[in-house]
Design a protein around this ligand. Sequence first.
Ligand code: INI
Length: 157
Amino acid sequence: MPQEIVGDMDGQGLRVAVVVARFNEFVTRQLLNGAVETLGRFGVRDEDIGVAWVPGSFELPVVAKTLAQTQRYDSVICLGAVIRGETGHYDMVAGQSSGGIASVGLETGVPTIFGVLTADNMDQAINRAGGKSGNIGSNAAVAAVETARLIQSIKTG
Ligand code: INI
């Protein structure tokens, strides 16, 4: 019988850093609220959550890496909103942000979660930040708890 290795959803004792972009703060604050609320629902204590604001999504990876390298966090969540209608360099910001965030996880071994919302316009963004299409910040928090717990379970055998 194969052994399934799973990450349970027990967030008690987990320490989580959240890096959030100030660009499009109207949207990203909702992502942050969703993430913090969901972490709490899974048992992560407020005092075990660190929140760092950065200017925009482009800056998420470097600060996420700095936080991950401290070894003080079991997971790092990156939150941002890149809206196509608002920027000519949408593809560059979105691409650098997602690629950088993926690299942080691979380079540090600390699960680094992609909670950057990409949307064609502000309406779509609002829908995905606590509106009718859910909250990408909450989804990121779920991924953070599960992946951190899975990695713990792999390491402890
Ligand atoms: N940053 C975002 O998070 N979202 C955007 O939509 C965006 N736009 O429109 O350009 C954006 N730009 C700022 C960028 O992330 C950097 O902060 C800036 O280029 C300084 O490095």
